[in-house]
Design a binder for this molecule. Structure first.
Ligand SMILES: *Cc1c(COP(=O)(O)O)cnc(C)c1O
Length: 368
């Protein structure tokens, strides 16, 4: 039996590099609550992501939940979003007492179909939460125009878009705020971790307070906040991994190009086209099986038999989740393109250390 290949494999610095980075924590005994590693990492990210403000979190989900909470929308307000995403996006909306209104996706890059947003707007709509799914950039111009016209906030779930630029502008700069995830399975990781990026100076203190119980000073509590702070150990991991981010992208690019070489031009296999003006991060390698000699599920099973674990990202759609069954807006049939893609898509293994030989082996199994 061959060794197991998973859909992703976490990138790590060497053991020595990480130990060197955390050494001073043994001197300072300062392990969390915005210490020196946290400050350094935040500044490095502001530079790398080319954005005015970065607030760090213990994970991406709480980053998204917190930034939505910081917008202070009236409970029961409607938020237009995509069902073709990880559970986190929809949960972050619902856990804030807001109502997710599911908009369909487009069939080209699987992001929210900006042409369908406006018809979903009601007097209760307060925001749009689109997702740069697989690192594909949403139609940011059209979304901005719609939001401006109707006075809506735009909060991007940019969990997949670390390091992606569009017309030279970092994905951290779109909308009123963008959330990134630095989970172990993502392109760039801090073990667990996340961030909110934004340009509004007024949001800095609100977000910093909210991730620390809403505490403003030793004797003042401004908000009913939770605890979502990034620790010094997570920040240290981020500092190390950021040093190697360009190598990370180069290695992923080599794997992605090999997949494209092996799988493009085959009847029934649809690959994501490169987006105009976008510098990609090769976060995922989604393939849509539509009229291929095997169905998506058959390809998944064939790979699994060979100890290769692909993932059906994103199936099922969040609007078909059991926990949303009672929601009037639920139902995957209301978003037919998203359903069509979710039923046919498979994300193939993709990570920096994936060898070209392994890519070939995966493709031969798919093609045989
Ligand atoms: C990973 C992910 C999240 C959540 O991030 P965590 O850091 O795991 O909490 C949110 N949205 C999307 C689209 C994701 O892929």
């Amino acid at each position: 039996m061959n060794y197991q290949i998973n859909v992703t494999r976490s990138s790590m610095p060497t053991y020595e590099e990480y130990c060197e980075e955390i050494k001073e924590l043994w001197d300072s005994h300062w392990l969390t609550n915005m210490g020196t590693k946290h400050k350094q990492f935040q500044a490095e990210l502001e530079r790398y992501l080319d954005v005015k403000h970065v607030t760090l979190y213990t994970n991406g989900h709480l980053a998204l939940e917190n930034v939505i909470a910081a917008m202070n929308f009236p409970k029961g307000s409607e938020v237009i979003t995509t069902p073709f995403t990880f559970a986190s996006t929809t949960h972050a909306i619902v856990r804030n007492g807001l109502v997710p209104i599911f908009c369909d996706i487009n069939e080209y890059d699987y992001t929210i179909d900006a042409d369908k947003i406006e018809s979903l707007i009601t007097e209760n709509t307060v925001a749009v939460v689109p997702v740069h799914v697989y690192g594909n950039i949403c139609n940011i111009e059209k979304i901005r125009n719609i939001a401006d016209k109707h006075g809506l906030k735009v909060i991007y779930d940019a969990a997949h878009a670390f390091g992606v630029t569009y017309n030279g502008i970092s994905a951290a700069n779109f909308g009123d705020a963008s959330m990134f995830s630095f989970h172990a399975t993502k392109v760039f990781n801090t073990i667990e971790g996340g961030a909110v990026c934004f340009s509004d100076d007024g949001m800095v203190q609100v977000l910093n307070d909210m991730k620390n119980f809403g505490i403003r000073g030793p004797e003042s509590c401004a908000y009913v906040g939770g605890n979502a702070k990034m620790s010094e150990f997570q920040a240290a991991m981020g500092i190390c991994n950021l040093r190697h981010i360009n190598t990370e992208f180069e290695k992923r690019k080599a794997a992605a190009e090999r997949y494209e070489h092996m799988l493009s031009g085959i009847k029934g296999i649809k690959l994501c086209k490169a987006q105009a003006g976008v510098k990609p991060n090769y976060a995922y390698f989604p393939v849509v099986f539509d009229g291929y000699k095997y169905t998506r599920d058959e390809v998944y099973d064939k790979l699994k038999k060979e100890n290769i674990i692909a993932r059906k990202y994103f199936y099922p759609l969040t609007n078909s989740f059991e926990c949303y069954k009672s929601f009037p807006t639920a139902g995957e049939n209301k978003t037919p393109t998203a359903k069509y893609i979710a039923d046919r898509v498979l994300t193939l293994p993709m990570y920096a250390d994936l060898s070209i030989d392994d890519v070939d082996r995966i493709c031969y199994i798919i093609l045989s």
